[in-house]
Design a binder for this molecule. Structure first.
Ligand code: BV8
Length: 236
């Protein structure tokens, strides 16, 4: 059943790895496929940290080079396209806050997108602190396009680092009449806590997910199924 559009003016949508799963991008923690968020037998939480980068930069750069290359062969799925349609049509405030570092929301045509955990297709120079679009690899320590130093790291928020644009996210939550969470396990904070902020601020809360998440009990409503089907059903 589509959104009840009358009392809703302002929407915040949080997406996680599950919205890109049907595009062929692995999720992090799907226990039901037995991987449990492993990469080369490393837990993501152990690779996606500044400490891991300091300890074994080649391992971390290889992890991101492999994923940066992989996403460029993937395409948006019906969930991304439905959210892009909603973004285009919605006259009130709308913000897609994504934990994902792929660019599939944008490639589907969404414009009001905020990458709170950074973007695979950017590199961040630790020498001059400038971020540049980067589709190549980093393992060979290429020169920063701005300062020329071989000091580029993935522009991705690691565990223990502050997610991007938190002020903008909380401002959107304060205005929201509806908070929708799509394809996230509710395992990682502060994103996993947004539903509680939304509840306290008086918004209605809806979860669209393949399985119940760690935060399902905080939502007014949970609809289960693949995002490629249940997101267009919700939007259209
Ligand atoms: C911070 C970038 C503070 C890297 C990522 C104890 C308690 C509470 C918090 C903490 C704690 N100990 C430590 C913390 C903080 C920590 C945290 O939350 N840790 C967890 C593990 C407990 N958080 C942080 O460190 C954050 N920073 O807190 O900073 C601070 C304060 C002051 C100063 C400095 C700092 C930073 C967190 C960001 C980490 N970076 N990503 C990368 O991508 O490589 S997190 C990583 O997990 C990804 O971004 C991912 O998006 C995110 C969340 O995962 P999900 O997107 O939910 O994906 P997941 O696989 O888990 O779930 C997929 C879901 O989809 C499932 O539910 C599945 O059912 C569903 N699904 C699957 N297929 C489909 C589907 N749904 C629909 N359709 C389908 N087809």
């Amino acid at each position: 059943m589509p959104i009840d559009r009358n009392p809703i003016r302002n929407i915040v949508i949080l997406t996680g790895a599950g919205v890109s799963a049907e595009s062929g991008i692995d999720t992090f923690r799907d226990a039901n496929d037995g991987r449990g968020g492993l990469w080369e037998q490393h837990r993501v939480e152990d690779v996606a940290t500044p400490e891991a980068f300091a300890r074994d930069p080649d391992l971390v750069l290889r992890f991101y080079d492999m994923r940066r290359e992989a996403i460029q062969t993937k395409k948006p799925n019906p969930a991304h396209h439905a959210l892009a349609r909603l973004d285009k049509e919605w006259e009130g405030q709308l913000l897609i806050v994504t934990q994902n570092v792929d660019d599939l929301h944008e490639r589907a045509g969404a414009r009001r997108v905020l990458h709170m955990h950074g973007e695979h297709l950017n590199a961040w120079c630790t020498a001059c602190d400038v971020r540049s679009r980067w589709t190549g690899t980093l393992i060979e320590r290429p020169a920063c396009p701005r300062c020329g130093e071989p000091a580029l790291r993935p522009d991705v928020v690691w565990f223990g680092e502050m997610p991007y644009e938190m002020d903008r996210i909380f401002a959107a939550l304060r205005d929201a009449d509806l908070f929708v969470s799509i394809g996230t396990s509710g395992a990682v904070y502060p994103a996993a806590g947004f539903v509680r902020n939304a509840n306290e601020l008086g918004a209605r809360t809806l979860e669209l997910n393949l399985d119940r998440s760690q935060g399902s009990h905080w939502f007014d409503e949970t609809r289960l199924g693949p995002a490629g089907r249940i997101v267009p059903e919700w939007v259209d």
